[in-house]
Design a protein around this ligand. Structure first.
Ligand code: COA
Length: 189
């Protein structure tokens, strides 16, 4: 995956950049995670986390690029780039399906950042030939459910009534489309 995934300006004129997460991001990511509201922590991690420890943060920022894709969004117009959001997918054992999670800092929500992250993850999943993306969302997380539905995820009720819903969507087969495009050009020529 190329290093810089996306760069854009918010409506307020703040420059943001999205790129793959690196292990060296741990100290800054830890600082940002520890500023999250209780609600954002619960919505993302399904638990009331107090302080994020070095170990937890190390696990979050260290991903096996073969098995997962983790993206970080940074505010880049400060002296020190500041992580403000992130998202990831992790491939399941069958390597056809991946599970999604996303987190946007409280002050940055509702500005299209979550949407951009999920779109970038869908694009990367498609590039890798994955066929389906799933996720787990708390039943009271209207923001994520609405965003997921608008990105064509289907929301499935939980079978065991644990307050967690499953979201799921198929991923377009970009590699086949590209092969089709190439074949199409060959046939047309
Ligand atoms: C859920 C979350 C990822 C959404 O990201 P975001 O950047 O705030 O969302 P966006 O600005 O991209 O919003 C896109 C759509 O989401 C929906 N949405 C966003 N915030 C919403 C809110 N507070 N209430 C209802 N719908 C909301 C809307 O449909 C919006 O569409 P619009 O742009 O047409 O209004 C973000 O709020 C978040 O990180 N929350 C805490 C952690 C979490 O819930 N993670 C998801 C579990 S894996």
């Amino acid at each position: 995956m190329k290093e810089l995934v996306d760069r854009w300006q918010t409506r307020a004129g703040v420059w943001l950049a999205m790129r793959p997460m690196r292990p060296s991001d741990a100290p800054l990511v830890k600082e940002s995670l520890n500023k999250l509201s209780a609600n954002a922590r619960r919505s993302r991690f399904f638990a009331s986390i107090g302080e994020f420890s070095d170990d937890t943060v190390r696990q979050l920022v260290t991903v096996d690029p073969q098995q997962a894709c983790a993206l970080l969004v940074l505010r880049t117009d400060n002296e020190l780039p500041t992580p403000i959001a992130g998202g990831r997918f992790v491939c399941n054992e069958n390597a056809q399906e991946c599970s999604l999670s996303v987190l946007v800092g409280d002050a940055w929500q509702g500005q299209g950042i979550g949407r951009r992250i999920i779109q970038a993850l869908l694009h990367e999943a498609s590039r890798r030939g994955l066929r389906r993306m799933t996720g787990q969302v708390l039943a009271d997380n209207q923001a994520m459910l609405r965003l997921a539905r608008s990105l064509h995820f289907v929301v499935l009720e939980s079978a065991n009534d644990d307050g967690v819903l499953r979201i799921i969507r198929d991923i377009p087969d970009e590699r086949a489309r590209q092969r089709g495009g190439l074949l199409g050009r060959v046939f047309r020529s």
